[in-house]
Design a protein around this ligand. Structure first.
Ligand code: NDP
Ligand code: VHF
Length: 416
């Protein structure tokens, strides 16, 4: 048996042992983990500093990799929140008695072993573990190689807490940061019940080529906001600024602003605060003309063929002028990635039309796409944001990483 297969078979064994932990005990252990995070800042931040030393500060992904005392405190809070959420495991989804007297119950159960491949963002290691553990799943983690030292420190801490609590530490394992290990996990039929890749096109293509186990895809976020003919200017400015600049390196950040032709005169005001953050704008001819003289020339460029299909993950944004809400819907149908889209309008009919017609996991009216996040949706954290339609869609919390089983109780019935 290869090293990876052995590792995965240990996780599978540990997943069965998780079934014997009560719900209350799982919550209690997560609370202990949250306390351990609070008292282990030094060791985690030291490992994180090692990862950060290998990345240029100017790289927008630096912020995604960065941990700080404030972020660790927030992570501990998220773990506590997950511990406090009601567990979906054991929920009776359906309970009925068939005409022959057989009692049929559909009961929520964990998947078993969940493999997650994710970006170089160390908080995801905690998020994935806490959601999996709370829902009775074991997990195999493959984090981005840029975060390898942070992830090792975090998984060591989790193992220490599990060990102290008498839980099989194999219920969470960190794979070596190699694409070969990822391929082995994707092919581990019988060991891994479902695999969730979080990442860009290269990863998704790799998964499609190699996966023999079931997959739930979480794709890239090419995100637009449409400022409508009836949009409120102050609201629009706040929403655009927040969606674009709150955290440019995350998948829910704004990439393209679509502006109604009749509101071009308001564009300088709408973009006012973007220049304070040095956001580079790639505009079509008319919107570029509307901004000229109002937006720093050095930050203003012409849009090209790639602009509207680009997920910037940086202080950059495309702008396109459209003639109607239908044009905006058409643009999103062509360029969007099914993640998060937004309309800014005071017209209820237009808002409704946009929400009904835009085919994305999260469709916002008068609120920034920055809210596409498991914690913000009240799920405690998220395993990923699904952009596929089969199975879960949008931020995936506890319920989305469970399946169900039929429990059938009879008293000797036989099938005619
Ligand atoms: N919808 C969602 O929930 C999320 C979406 N995303 C999307 O992910 C993208 C950003 O992620 P990015 O920083 O580019 O991360 P990457 O896509 O580069 O990496 C993510 C993970 O995939 C692995 N990986 C990358 N390429 C390959 C490959 N060819 N074969 C095997 N494994 C691979 C990486 O491993 P290694 O580092 O070892 O190469 C890492 O573990 C954006 O498009 C963002 O929108 C990100 C997170 C959540
Ligand atoms: N959970 C996120 C959004 C999704 C996400 O994880 O994005 P990414 O940073 O691209 O991995 C947030 O807003 O914090």
């Amino acid at each position: 048996m290869s090293d990876i297969k052995l590792l995965l078979s240990n996780v599978k064994r540990a997943s069965r042992s998780l079934m014997s932990l009560t719900d209350a005990r799982r919550a209690e252990i997560l609370m202990r983990l949250a306390d351990a995070v609070d008292s282990s800042h030094e060791v985690i931040l030291r490992a994180n500093a090692e990862d950060l030393s290998r990345m240029e500060r100017s790289n927008p992904l630096y912020d995604r990799l960065l941990l700080s005392p404030k972020r660790l405190t927030a992570i501990a809070g998220d773990i506590r929140h997950v511990a406090e959420l009601p567990s979906p495991v054991g929920e009776v989804i359906e309970d009925r008695t068939l005409p022959n007297g057989l009692r049929l119950r559909r009961v929520r159960v964990p998947f078993g072993v969940i493999g997650v491949i994710y970006e170089a963002r160390p908080n995801v290691t905690f998020d994935v573990f806490s959601l999996c553990f709370r829902s009775g799943n074991a997990c195999v983690l493959k984090g981005g190689s840029d975060a390898s030292a942070s992830n090792e420190a975090i998984v060591s801490l989790i193992h220490k807490v599990l060990d102290e609590c008498g839980v099989d530490t194999d219920c969470v394992c960190l794979l070596p940061s190699s694409h070969e290990a990822t391929a082995a996990m994707l092919g581990a039929v019988g060991y891994v019940d479902v695999c969730i890749p979080r990442g860009g096109r290269r990863l998704i293509d790799f998964v499609r080529d190699n996966a023999r186990v079931p997959v739930i895809e979480t794709g890239a976020g090419v995100v637009s906001a449409y400022f409508d003919k009836d949009g409120d200017i102050d609201l629009g400015r706040d929403i655009i600024t927040n969606a674009k600049t709150r955290r440019v390196s995350v998948c829910n950040a704004l990439d393209t602003l679509l502006i109604h032709h009749d509101r071009l005169a308001d564009l300088p005001l709408l973009c006012e605060r973007l220049s304070e953050k040095n956001v580079e704008i790639f505009a079509d001819e008319v919107s570029g003309n509307a901004l000229a003289g109002h937006y720093p020339a050095a930050l203003l460029h012409d849009a090209d063929a790639e602009t509207y299909s680009t997920e910037w993950m940086d202080y950059k944004m495309g702008i396109r002028t459209v003639g109607s809400v239908d044009d905006a819907i058409e643009h999103i149908a062509h360029y969007g990635s099914g993640h998060s889209e937004c309309i800014i309008t005071e017209n209820h009919e237009t808002a409704d039309r946009f929400q009904q017609s835009v085919d994305a996991a999260c469709v916002y009216v008068n609120a920034p796409t920055s809210f596409t996040d498991g914690a913000q949706f009240g799920l405690g954290a998220e395993i990923g944001i699904s952009t596929q339609k089969l199975g879960p869609r949008g931020p995936m919390g506890l319920r989305e990483i469970t399946t169900y089983r039929y429990f059938i109780n009879g008293n000797g019935q036989t099938r005619p």
